[in-house]
Design a protein around this ligand. Sequence first.
Ligand SMILES: [Zn+2]
Length: 299
Amino acid sequence: MAEYWWVNHNTSHKHEIAGNFLWSPQRERDGKFSQFYENMRVARPGDIVLSYAKQRIGYVGRVVGLAEEAPLPDELRRPSNYWASTGWRLPVVWERASRAVEPKSVYSALQPLMPSKYSPLKRSKPEGAQKAYLARVGREVFDVIATAGGWVPIVVPEASRPSFEDLGIEGAIRQALARIAASAARSGEQRTSSYPQRSAERSDPLEALLRETWAAQKGACSLCGVAIPISPQNPLLQLSVDRIDSDVKEYVRGNVQITHLGCNLAKNSAPMEHWGEFFGVITQVAANNGMLPQGKTIL
Ligand SMILES: [Zn+2]
């Protein structure tokens, strides 16, 4: 299913619209995690974006690729506005709305539909929230705006939106990285070693390390030895990133393994020896119940 987003452009909207993209820093000015910037990496091809600038929504965009790490475009360079020289660039094809809509004019319908967390609008005013850049909104928000503007209904053919399976391991790794970032933000920790410290670095080192680890593990979970499906129905089977020694807070080479989410949750912060012992118990129970092929262990 396509997702719906709302972007509050900075002074950059002309360039972003003309150039068919969105660009954001990766972190707040003070280095803090921002869900609004992380959303750049959550958006997927086929998603729809409402463009809000100068108190109105005047363009609608369709995401046509995944966000890539990219330097601050020259056109966006302002002495005070941007602090990051490297950010996320999301390709979006923009179309001018047949009629621009001021959220103010439909605020009573819009307000109850706004997300309680990470809303693109201020809490009690129909004005763009200061720190919000790319915010997830529901289909209902889109419908209120589209109806107010009398827009020709936009049909999003589901087939045009690749699943994470279509995006393959790249998509699954992006998803896992987004979960790590979100949980680090919740716990108030900084995810270390993954965000480039120097602007010269062109790609997220953790993302590169995960691709390498995936290849080395041949796509199998390092805790149970069974293949990890790319886009499983069962969330416990999805790809997850485990720090081998949980006391080492960094996701660095030698301390990172790829697992099923379920296996990772079960291991929690236990050392590998404890996991091995526990896994022995599960496989014994499974074998006793005839859930494993006779005489065969998983590992
Ligand atoms: Zn597993």
